[in-house]
Design a protein around this ligand. Structure first.
Ligand code: ZN
Length: 256
């Protein structure tokens, strides 16, 4: 029996034993939504789960089962509601799920919790859920960190991954970043021959309701992922492993 850092692969006695050392417990959050014709709809929770597994291995942590549904796909950042499969939660629902899961992790004994997100639109609803949990727990011994993995990308990594310039995270949906990371962590799930060759999405700097279908390429990618590769994925993953580990150690062990 190999030891795992994944809560979902543990028995309850293994999980209870793992929590005795007051480890950092990672909560991956994401979404179930379209990622073009070449990536599975699970990208936004598979990537933070894989990154959390690597960082947890570095810091002796535990990775809780992911929150697999997230906030709604917005048209300018993820294609909107035009694609079968994109399954969004209301913001209040996502906040409530995060609040409840954190409260449960704390009941299990967790005191160091790192929410590691993979869906751009989740951020403020995660913050709200964490804030509600902290208010409910009212325990000064609990510390929570919340991060979105792309915020850790350095200039050096961006230069290596985007030699023609970084288009910005708003367009990086099902594009070079996510496709390269999937080629690194889950190559069997990438249909690289199906990568569309679309131009960058050209939406204005505001939203409208109902959303406009013409703001999104028919394939669902906001910009082409043709420049993706497993080598780029490995560069990003290694930098994440180094820098997210350092941030987690700093917040939970060095600053106290
Ligand atoms: Zn995504």
């Amino acid at each position: 029996m190999t030891s795992s850092v994944m809560m979902s692969e543990m028995t309850w006695p293994e999980y209870a034993a793992a929590l005795e050392s007051n480890p950092v417990v990672f909560l991956p959050t994401g979404a179930l939504e379209q990622h073009g014709p070449h990536l599975p709809m699970s990208v936004d929770y598979l990537l933070p789960s894989a990154i959390a597994r690597e960082v947890a291995t570095e810091v002796g942590g535990v990775v809780a089962a992911p929150v697999t549904y997230g906030y709604k796909s917005m048209t300018r950042s993820a294609g909107g509601p035009f694609f079968p499969g994109s399954t969004g939660l209301d913001g209040a629902t996502l906040s409530a799920v995060v609040r409840d899961v954190i409260r449960e992790l704390v009941r299990h004994g967790a005191r160091r919790i790192c929410v590691l997100d993979g869906n751009y639109e989740n951020l403020w609803f995660l913050n709200e859920g964490i804030d509600l949990a902290m208010r409910e727990i009212a325990d000064k011994g609990v510390r929570v960190m919340c991060l979105q993995h792309w915020e850790f990308l350095t200039e050096e990594t961006l230069a290596a991954v985007f030699p023609d310039g970084y288009p910005g995270i708003e367009l990086e949906h099902a594009a070079v970043l996510e496709t390269s990371l999937m080629m690194n962590f889950h190559p069997e799930l990438v249909r690289f021959d199906k990568v569309p060759d679309n131009e960058a999405a050209d939406a204005p700097c505001y939203d409208v309701w109902p959303p406009r279908r013409e703001w999104v390429a028919p394939e669902g990618s906001l910009i082409s992922a043709r420049g993706a590769s497993p080598e780029k994925g490995a560069i990003i993953a290694a930098q994440y492993r180094r820098d997210i580990t350092a941030a987690v150690k700093r917040e939970f062990y060095e600053l106290g």
